[in-house]
Design a protein around this ligand. Structure first.
Ligand SMILES: [Zn+2]
Length: 116
């Protein structure tokens, strides 16, 4: 009777409130899951423009790609990204995204691992 089970339960509840919900996103290319910060959002705006959305908060249909250049190459070389966004990907947009992807590099994964 040193400590009542009820008291212990209450303490446990106070210590761990509802677990914070971290939305999981999936890279459309490699299907790797991550939270929002681990993936880059691409948004199709209501005006049917396709843009990178660094804030992850813009209106429109979104697709996610991880930080690996090869995933972007794969998504951009075919119809993968267009399908995910349910739109046609204009050539200039495709080119813009490829330019962006080239800044990522394939060693990004290692850098992310170091920082976490
Ligand atoms: Zn990926």
């Amino acid at each position: 009777m040193a400590s009542t089970p009820n008291q212990a339960d209450r303490n446990r509840q106070r210590k761990s409130p509802r677990p914070k919900h971290v939305p999981q996103r999936t890279c459309i290319s490699c299907r790797q899951k991550g939270d929002k910060r681990g993936l880059i959002r691409i948004v199709r705006t209501p005006e049917h423009l396709v843009e990178i959305d660094p804030t992850g908060k813009r209106n429109g249909r979104g697709a996610y790609l991880c930080h690996q250049e090869r995933c972007w190459d794969r998504a951009l070389s075919g119809t993968m990204l267009g399908k995910a966004l349910n739109t046609e990907l204009p050539d200039d947009t495709r080119q813009e995204l490829k330019t962006f992807a080239a800044t990522l590099g394939d060693d990004a994964e290692a850098r992310i691992a170091e920082n976490s």
